[in-house]
Design a protein around this ligand. Structure first.
Ligand code: V07
Length: 264
């Protein structure tokens, strides 16, 4: 069901996705959307399938949502694909997950290039398997000149670790005499995070009914609007993304153009 049903004057009317998309484009869109793609294992469980079947289905959702986000005019899409905690999962599952970037890019890279999407990654790349690194590096190189949607994968990413790394870089710069303690500011710290070249997310989506951040972009989400949905990631579709975007725009309207701190 792609149409949205709403009640108007005691009648139920249905709004096609195309119309919803066009309406949303008339208003300020969230420029950066970040997503915690949860519920792949549960999706598989419900069907008595192995967890990896859920991850594979989740990968198809990534393609669908990337295409749609790009069409709508979103500038940055950050997807939490693998956390630093995920290494604790069974070896076979980790090996399967580490093959997904290759499979994804093997079938989808030409379309990403065509669609002017730029692939980026944040997280510790060094400790990924060689084959995973190679596939991602190739995708980043081949799309580096694109200036459409930035598709930013958080892979082997942990937010506290990211902040510790930033603080330690700054400390070394202070020790070396390149930075004065008085120069340490929010802006300076931001400039040492893995997102230094990106704006902070305007909208965070987490699927599958869990309501926590799980060590994802703790610094960057300070002023972000949150959208939690019970939908499992493999079931998340274009209409689900539109729900989140429309809700974001509704909140923005209510806000009446006030900037953070001007309200109350
Ligand atoms: C992964 C599919 C989505 C649901 C969450 C877990 C499983 C796409 C990628 C990917 C990563 C980098 C890249 C291109 C594609 C991916 C992992 C897991 C580890 F350059 N989906 N996906 N990577 N899942």
């Amino acid at each position: 069901m792609l149409n949205k049903l709403i009640r108007k004057n005691d009648k139920t009317i249905s709004i096609p996705l195309k119309k919803r998309k066009e309406d949303a484009q008339q208003e300020q869109l969230p420029s950066h959307i970040a997503i915690i793609m949860d519920g792949n294992g549960r999706w598989a469980n419900k069907r008595a399938l192995p967890r990896i079947a859920g991850h594979h289905e989740g990968m198809k959702t990534v393609k669908k949502i990337t295409r749609f986000a790009n069409e709508v005019g979103i500038k940055v899409l950050t997807l939490y694909a693998f956390s630093t905690e995920n290494w604790k999962r069974p070896k076979m599952e980790v090996e399967f997950l580490m093959r997904l970037p290759e499979e994804f890019l093997g079938t989808y890279l030409p379309e990403l290039i065509e669609q002017n999407v730029q692939v980026q990654m944040m997280g510790n790349m060094e400790s990924l398997p060689e084959h995973t690194k190679r596939a991602i590096q190739k995708a980043m190189d081949k799309t580096a000149m694109n200036d459409g949607l930035i598709l930013n994968f958080a892979l082997n990413y942990g937010s506290r670790d990211e902040i510790v790394q930033a603080v330690s870089q700054i400390a070394r710069n202070v020790q070396a005499g390149h930075v004065a303690v008085e120069e340490i500011s929010e802006q300076l710290l931001s400039n040492h995070l893995m997102t230094k070249h990106l704006s902070d997310p305007d909208l965070l989506i987490r699927t599958s009914g869990e309501v926590r951040l799980s060590n994802f972009m703790l610094w960057q989400l300070a002023y972000t609007e949150f959208w939690f949905t019970d939908t499992l990631w493999p079931d998340f579709d274009e209409a689900c993304l539109m729900d989140a975007i429309e809700n974001y725009q509704k909140r923005n309207r209510r806000y009446g153009g006030l900037k953070e701190g001007e309200g109350n």
